[in-house]
Ligand binder design. Structure first.
Ligand SMILES: O=C(O)CCC(=O)C(=O)O
Length: 305
């Protein structure tokens, strides 16, 4: 696109009615395209267990649900050690943020057998699919350690929302996380089309905005006090969250935060473009890359049960 056209669009997006209109139009186009998409995939077995229903109801209502004690302390301690060992042994396979706080091991499930239990968890996978309304795949489990370095932005590098093909993340704390240890935070009422359009009209957010400043969030919080929700919890706590909400890991003030995160994607979005996106940025924990065929071939056990 010509630079003039780009700058015109940038200026138009500052007009709230234009941003709201574009958001509505894009949503309509996405839905229309999905209806005629020959590759559209639907879950073969949408039947949920009572445990899954118990997770799905608050997840859809609030945008998150917390499972206490998903892993016990011993398992968390051993995974923390495995993350430290891997970071030390394979520094070339670690993605680091510019402030040196966030250390990320993509595909930690490939090198740490106990993480497979989280990666494959059919209960979580089934809930992720029920939320999306179509087949999703778990692209990888991220193993991460955050260190409290000066000026760090926290996990995820600041307030953002995930892309339209990522509905849900499962984040498992491996260490105790209080307000100082970089907890996950989510801004409620920023996900649905209606909420997004309202936030544009009230608070000046913009069409397709995926990164947000602290000032943006303070404006939202002033209008809707209590929207920012902070997830503290002990090691072993799992947070399932709809990550089209604005969210971040809070900057870490003390010590370290260890976590594992499942990255669920719409199955139809997993292809060369996504692989290329990861190839350009990271080497996976086993030295490999995002492998479209392997990711798509994995058949979670809940589909056949
Ligand atoms: O780990 C967290 O607390 C959130 C990370 C996140 O949102 C991201 O990496 O996109």
């Amino acid at each position: 696109m010509a630079p003039d056209a780009r700058s015109l669009i940038r200026r138009l997006k500052h007009i709230r009615a234009v941003s709201a209109g574009l958001t509505l139009a894009e949503d309509w186009a996405i839905r229309a395209r999905a209806r005629v998409d020959p590759n559209r995939s639907t879950p073969r077995n949408p039947v949920l267990s009572s445990q899954q229903r118990d997770l799905l109801v608050p997840l859809l209502r609030d945008g998150y649900v917390v499972i206490d004690g998903y892993w016990d302390q011993a398992r968390c301690a051993s995974a923390r050690q495995a993350i430290d060992d891997h970071i030390q042994r394979h520094p070339d396979r670690v993605w680091r943020c510019p402030m040196g706080a966030d250390h990320r091991l993509h595909g930690f499930d490939r090198v740490h057998a106990p993480t497979q239990a989280l990666f494959r968890d059919p209960m979580l996978h089934g809930v992720a699919e029920a939320v999306a309304g179509h087949r999703v795949v778990n692209g990888f489990t991220l193993g991460a350690r955050l260190d409290a370095t000066p000026g760090n932005l926290g996990s995820g590098q600041g307030w953002h929302r995930d892309g339209i093909t990522q509905y849900v993340k499962a984040l498992l704390y491996l260490s105790d996380v209080d307000a100082d240890h970089g907890p996950f935070q989510l801004v409620r009422h920023t996900r649905t089309l209606r909420e997004q359009v309202s936030r544009i009209l009230e608070s000046g957010l913009q069409f397709r905005q995926i990164a947000f400043t602290d000032a943006d969030i303070m404006r939202l919080e002033r209008r809707h006090p209590g929207s920012v929700t902070t997830f503290t919890g002990s090691a072993g706590t799992l947070v399932l969250a709809l990550t089209r909400h604005i969210h971040r890991g809070k900057p870490i003030a003390r010590g370290h935060r260890y976590a594992l995160t499942n990255y669920y994607f719409s199955e139809s979005s997993v292809g060369p473009a996504l692989a290329d996106y990861y190839d350009r940025q990271v080497t996976f924990a086993d030295g490999g890359s995002f492998d479209v065929d392997t990711v798509r071939a994995f058949e979670p056990s809940h589909r056949s049960s």
